[in-house]
Design a protein around this ligand. Structure first.
Ligand SMILES: [Fe+2]
Ligand SMILES: [Fe+2]
Length: 504
């Protein structure tokens, strides 16, 4: 069983705690570790470490982008080593220009796509990847070194791809060209370059250097980021789309004010609800659902309000209106709403479990609305988003938001945030929508709710096989005392049983 606190066994040397390391790096001390294979544990370690280091640099918003870049760099380094180990096993010298093409064909056929078969070979070889970093006056300097010398042909191909990638404006341009690349190296470089441009780190801060005995990739995360360089056609289209979405109906806004005001009477509120038949139906349905058993069937709106309470009423108001506006405008995305209901159920369960009583209803509502932006994203350009989903699945990128940002220029979380702002949603809800894939970006004040929705979303993602537990942020798991797999799985199983046996 894995322990989040102890990464000591993953690399060649004992690993100190990520907090200690981050503190040392912040003081300007150099830090390095090495590994032979990029296992899930190594990725987890890098995630946890950089979550702390970037937070210390006030650049936590870069985390997902950064992790994706680092992952690509490390994969390339391990792959270069693996190539050499493989050539050795098949008895071909990597420096022999004549038999190189034959060897590389075999490597593509037998190793690419079955990379785990190289783990043991790499472990027993003298090939290593060493990862080091040091903070200087410009920013954080990272070096990933592998002790195999890059061949001139390999170097030429990398330079050519980097040069090409610099000129791509967005991912759709690059996509066709690189998709067929069997080695996948082209895709990795294009991804990296687009991420560097889009994050403001800048392409000039990424270099591959051919040394005499090794190959080094240098990456500098500058303290001063440049403004985003990518504005895509799709992004413009999306912004215009959000602009065109209607505001909340007056009736609903008025109702929300009434719910928030302790002096309002139930009679007043009931009257307003009765005007809206869809809303009346939802309120009655909710009051009669399993969550609010009162013994007898509730037939009137005033009774319903008494039964569910004003907080719940406010939540149902917001969710119903948001959904009905979007459903009128776009094709119905049943799958997304079903997912949102699922997340909402888990978020409520987590809030109850951890005695976050003040925010049970809010957590439920945030779950219901967390993926609002996805509907707009999917409505705008299905072609691109499908391609994104494709690539994300293959490359084990932690969240789809990184890929959305580089291919579209904006993520569904940010689209949702804009819409939530436009609709005047309360702060906690805007924050939960904005940070549901990047919880460490959330302000402290709203972390309970953001982390709750994040966790609920991870659980649903695990069930639909889009996520794995090791993607989850250590800090979030620790906050809920779920740092061991067993504790997490136990809670997940408990919520899943409740969900599977729920009565609607
Ligand atoms: Fe999402
Ligand atoms: Fe989601």
């Amino acid at each position: 069983m894995r322990s989040h606190q102890n990464y000591g066994k993953i690399t060649d040397m004992a690993i100190p705690s990520t907090s200690d390391t981050a503190a040392r790096v912040a003081k300007g001390e150099p830090y390095s570790f090495s590994f032979h294979y990029l296992s899930e544990d190594v990725v987890r370690y890098i995630n946890a470490l950089f979550a702390k280091i970037l937070a210390g640099m006030d650049q936590i918003f870069l985390l997902d982008t950064f992790i994706t870049i680092i992952r690509e760099i490390c994969i390339n380094a391990v792959k270069a080593n693996a190539k050499r180990v493989y050539f050795r096993t098949i008895g071909i010298s990597i420096d022999d220009a004549e038999s190189y093409p034959e060897g590389i064909e075999m490597f593509k056929k037998n190793v690419i796509g079955h990379f785990e078969t190289m783990e043991a070979g790499l472990k027993n070889s003298d090939y290593r990847v060493s990862f080091s970093m040091k903070r200087d006056q410009n920013g954080l300097v990272i070096q990933v070194l592998n002790n195999s010398i890059i061949r001139p042909e390999e170097m030429a191909r990398i330079s050519m791809r980097m040069e090409k990638a610099r000129h791509y404006e967005d991912f759709s341009e690059a996509y066709e060209e690189i998709y067929d690349d069997t080695e996948g190296a082209g895709l990795g470089i294009v991804l990296t370059v687009l991420l560097l441009k889009n994050s403001g780190i800048g392409v000039e801060n990424y270099k591959i250097i051919r040394g005499e005995k090794d190959t080094r990739t240098l990456l500098v995360i500058p303290f001063e980021l440049r403004p985003q360089e990518i504005t895509t056609r799709i992004k413009k289209q999306i912004l215009a789309e959000v602009d065109g979405i209607p505001t909340f109906p007056k009736n609903v806004l008025e109702l929300q004010r009434l719910c928030a005001n302790p002096d309002s009477s139930i009679g007043e509120i009931s009257e307003k609800i009765t005007i809206d038949p869809a809303l009346s139906t939802d309120v009655l349905k909710l009051a009669n659902s399993a969550g609010f058993i009162s013994g007898k069937r509730i037939e009137t709106i005033p009774e319903a309000i008494k039964n569910i309470g004003l907080k719940n009423l406010n939540a149902i108001l917001l969710a119903t209106s948001a959904r009905s506006i979007l459903d009128k405008r776009y094709t119905r995305f049943e799958q997304i709403w079903a997912h949102c209901n699922h997340v909402a159920f888990y978020a409520r369960g987590i809030a109850i479990k951890f005695k976050l009583a003040r925010m049970v209803e809010n957590a439920f509502l945030a779950g219901l609305l967390h993926d609002l932006g996805k509907i707009i994203m999917l409505s705008t350009d299905l072609g691109t988003t499908n391609k994104i989903a494709d690539i994300v699945k293959d490359r084990k990128i932690r969240t789809s938001t990184v890929m959305e940002e580089i291919s579209v220029g904006i993520s569904h979380a940010n689209i949702g945030e804009m819409l939530a702002g436009k609709w005047g949603f309360p702060d906690y809800l805007v924050e939960a929508i904005r940070c549901h894939h990047t919880p460490l970006n959330a302000v402290e004040k709203h972390r309970d709710i953001v982390f709750t929705v994040y966790l609920a979303n991870i659980m649903c993602g695990i069930e639909s096989r889009r996520y794995q537990l090791y993607y989850a942020e250590d800090e979030v798991l620790a906050r809920f005392a779920l740092s061991s797999d067993a504790a997490f799985n136990e809670l997940h199983a408990e919520l899943k049983t409740a969900y599977d046996t729920r009565v609607e």
